[in-house]
Design a protein around this ligand. Structure first.
Ligand SMILES: [Zn+2]
Length: 206
């Protein structure tokens, strides 16, 4: 009996990892679009219901976080704003906005990759997902494939810093209007807060 239990558990673990890998694939998509690489997958009845990546710069919208886009897609698919039988897999600990949306959508189970010490709202800074006063609390698991998620973020911000340094070297200027209007310059300034948080994640894992 112990053996069968162990096998079932191993199979479950493999499935769970598979869903986080799908979320990491979404994060890679964001990376390729020069967005902060964060990915999210929402699972229902053992199948992927919706997936999304961070598209903040692409959409020019602060709302376009991976979790929000995935929630929107999932709700559209099941024609309901409640995601009561779903599990969310997300590569980085949700921010306050996304954690709030998770509570509003009543997602009962969230699996997180890397933690975000500077903005995480599932235990790092605050824990919106488990607040005793709320009438809804979700079950949270953390650290699944965290190293892979952190590595992707670190590599992204390293690229960003190198690109920025190279641009400054060739231009001889750093803060002229042209750079600010430029999409990459925009990227760099908009994401400076995330750079810090990703570095925080990085140093934590090292
Ligand atoms: Zn968010």
């Amino acid at each position: 009996m112990g053996l069968f239990d162990g096998l079932a558990e191993a199979r479950e673990q493999k499935k769970t990892e598979g869903f986080m890998r799908a979320a990491l694939k979404e994060a890679q998509k964001a990376y390729d679009m020069h967005e902060v690489p964060i990915g999210c997958v929402i699972v229902k009845d053992g199948k992927v219901l919706a997936k999304a990546c961070n598209k903040r710069n692409h959409d020019k919208s602060v709302l376009s976080h991976a979790e929000i886009l995935a929630i929107q897609a999932a709700c559209k698919k099941i024609k309901d704003w409640r995601l009561e039988d779903c599990t969310m897999y997300v590569t980085l600990e949700p921010c306050p906005m996304c954690a709030g949306a998770i509570v509003q959508a009543r997602i009962p189970h969230v699996v997180i990759g890397a933690m975000n010490p500077k903005a995480g709202s599932a235990g790092s800074v605050i824990n919106i997902l488990k607040t005793p006063g709320f009438n809804f609390n979700c079950e949270v698991e953390t650290g699944l494939l965290a190293d892979e998620s952190s590595a992707l973020l670190s590599s992204f911000f390293k690229d960003l810093r190198e690109t920025k340094a190279a641009a400054e070297n060739t231009d001889g200027t750093s803060e002229d209007e042209e750079t600010t209007d430029d999409a990459d310059g925009d990227n760099a300034s908009a994401d400076s807060a995330d750079t810090e948080s990703a570095e925080g994640t990085d140093s934590d894992s090292e």
